[in-house]
Design a protein around this ligand. Structure first.
Ligand SMILES: Nc1ccn([C@@H]2O[C@H](COP(=O)(O)OP(=O)(O)OP(=O)(O)O)[C@@H](O)[C@H]2O)c(=O)n1
Ligand SMILES: C[C@](O)(CO)[C@H](O)COP(=O)(O)O
Length: 245
């Protein structure tokens, strides 16, 4: 059987840093819930992919009308993001092959560009380990002394900010997240679980407008980004970083 593409969208977070009663994936962004924007972008890039959407078991806000995919299923979220993704991989186990690609994309990143999604997937195919969209750190980095005073200025050379999607073969990702669970500790993205196996995921240069809506001010920012992206000429390079060698 030929390899297939699965999209896993963790959408079971409570949005504690955002605050408010409604989880951030259901907040209105340009007249639509954040979740609908994110799924629409993924569908534009990968219309034939199979989607697994991680939702909280008690989610009272989700509407299946927001899902544009023909083939999709929902899985139950876990207590942490990694648990939600792990459960999604279990939920597709009957149909997924070890060599299938799985792209994991936060529901809270609705501004990801369709051309970056397509470019990212193409880049993955050139790297057996898989990889992630990321941007080089652009600010001067300070370490604090625990009391909000600067202890040191840290070199930023070689530092990248991890984004999503992060993409790996199904078999590798399932093993990596399974072993991470046994080891314990905090895994905030898929790549770190794969790194712990001694492998080196590819850093695919992304763009800084693929923000994660985390804090209250991010929602307005996402609205401005979507509006600006709409007004861009189709061939605009945006703030794309050079491809790494
Ligand atoms: N148990 C969890 C926690 C997070 N997520 C998802 O993982 C992504 C990134 O997480 P984050 O921004 O931390 O979202 P929240 O957990 O909702 O936010 P917070 O940490 O502020 O509570 C989001 O798409 C979120 O819905 C998830 O599916 N299951
Ligand atoms: C996966 C991620 O979006 C990459 O930046 C991020 O690690 C999620 O982290 P969070 O602390 O759970 O928001």
């Amino acid at each position: 059987m030929s390899e297939r593409l699965w999209l896993v969208v963790p959408a079971a977070g409570r949005g504690r840093r955002m605050g408010g009663a409604l989880p951030k994936q259901y907040l209105a962004l340009e007249g639509q819930p954040v979740l609908a924007h994110t799924l629409a972008r993924l569908h534009q890039a990968f219309p034939a992919a199979r989607l697994c959407l991680c939702l909280d078991a008690d989610d009272a806000h989700f509407d299946p009308a927001w899902v544009p995919f023909g083939q999709w299923r929902r899985s139950e979220g876990g207590s942490e993001r990694a648990d939600s993704v792990r459960r999604a991989l279990e939920a597709i186990a009957d149909d997924a092959d070890a060599d299938d690609w799985v792209l994991v994309h936060d529901v809270a990143r609705p501004c990801v560009r369709v051309d970056d999604l397509v470019r990212f997937y193409a880049a993955l195919k050139r790297n057996p380990v898989g990889g992630l969209l990321a941007t080089p750190v652009a600010d001067t980095m300070k370490r604090d002394d625990g009391r909000r005073h600067v202890a040191s200025t840290e070199p930023r050379d070689g530092l990248w900010q991890a984004q999503t999607p992060q993409g790996f073969r199904y078999g590798l990702l399932r093993r990596a997240l399974g072993e991470a669970r046994v080891r314990g500790g905090d895994i905030t993205d898929e790549a770190s679980a794969v790194e712990a196996l001694g492998l080196a995921p590819l850093l695919v240069p992304g763009r800084r407008d693929n923000i994660k809506i985390t804090h209250p001010e991010d929602l307005a920012l996402a609205g401005h980004i979507l509006a600006a992206q709409r007004d861009e000429p189709p061939s605009s390079p945006g703030h794309l970083h050079e491809e790494t060698p």
